[in-house]
Design a protein around this ligand. Sequence first.
Ligand code: ATP
Length: 486
Amino acid sequence: DTNRFQAIISHCKEYGFVFPSSEIYDGLQAVYDYGQWGSELKKNIKDYWWKSMTQLQDNIVGIDAAIFMHPTTWKASGHVDGFNDPMIDNKDSKKRYRVDHLIESHTDQLKADGKEAEAEAIISAMEKADAAGDLAALKQLIDDNKIKCGISGTANWTDIRQFNLMFSTEFGSTVSSDEENNKVYLRPETAQGIFVNFLNVQKTGRMKIPFGIAQIGKAFRNEIVARQFIFRMREFEQMEMQFFIKPGTQKEWYEYWKQARLKWHLELGVPQTEYRFHDHVKLAHYADAACDIEYNFPMGFKELEGIHSRTDFDLRNHQEYSKKKLQYFDNDIDPETGKPIGNYIPYVIETSIGLDRMFLSMICAAYTEEELGTPEKPDSRVVLKFPAKLAPIKLAVFPLTKKDGLPEIAQGIMAAHRGDFKCFYEEKDTIGKRYRRMDALGVPFCITVDHQTKEDNTVTVRYRDSMQQERIAIDQIGELVRKAFQ
Ligand code: ATP
């Protein structure tokens, strides 16, 4: 639904959630800045994830590794040789496309025209060719289906080439003769910072398998992008957790984390029908099982989070490249031999979610246009129905008028609560207009101080979703708000 998506993008800009990067210079493609309320929402999502990983479980700890890593990291991880996307140029428009995106936009159109079976056949042929790295077969698929660029575009294509997605830069002075050795990459995923620190954390934290290491941080990919807002960015943020396990137990832990991650999403109150699993046919170079949790974005079900059974691929390769033993000594007694199990390279289950995609899913789920009023007096509102724990602002406080001591009482309420949660004070405009503005920011509770407050210490609380109002005592405000988001 492109209209809905456009409305959400406009809303994000108009209400200070997301701005195009360097907008005064007309922006930078696929790079975005988070504004005053977007950065609060993003932080709340991070906190919710971080707490669920590192605070609510004994055996998961967090780290914060650097973006720059030794260049050999990316040789060992397979990214220098394997982190490629097949891409193709249109000779007439001179535009570059990712082959899978080009084919998918064609099959999306077929599906919209009711040609499901034809679309599925093309997708499965694409997945097969992609898995085999067969660029000629991919090109054949584009030619056979006469796939064009855009509606009125042409089908005059170059051959398909592999395009590495990593950004690189140099360390030290650029006059050095040894360019290759000065080359460093901006990390394309946060996971490798966890793998190279595996033993540091295991030893200093005295961690016993199974255990996890969690991290939130920036990642960079030189994506070839169609306009998808913050769904696909060149600079984005990931929340990843690597769970280290005994080899042979990966199937059960993979299932465990699939369910645990879905549960985490559902606890935010979005209906289950908006999520689905998608099991991968094509496995990444490091995985023995993988699936996505897809969310029903306005452009359809798309990947929100990946759960990957990564075997010992990463640790084994880092051991080989670094010549340092990356093994765990398991003290547990092997029932067959009666002796400690001993040394092994752990297997890994990874959960990897894009913070920006999570942000987008939460905005999309929350964004609601409501028709109010009567046929004679039509009215409408846009309201962001965020779960209270993610809402950028928890409580808005309004004095009914700017006089009679009402602002002072309202400021007193602000002072009492701003240390506990984000509050917002507003005295301009009518109360009705103030409510609408707070609805558009997703504020769950608005409090109005009026003349009766001076008599009996009560205020009006107005609920965002139901728009119901009731009177409560000033000293009940804190509990009302805290109960909603704790
Ligand atoms: P896609 O198939 O959409 O390119 P991916 O399978 O390459 O994604 P992973 O490498 O598994 O993605 O990364 C884990 C998560 O990081 C994804 O589920 C997604 O939420 C997020 N992510 C990946 N690339 C981007 C990007 N360019 N912009 C925003 N988020 C991203």
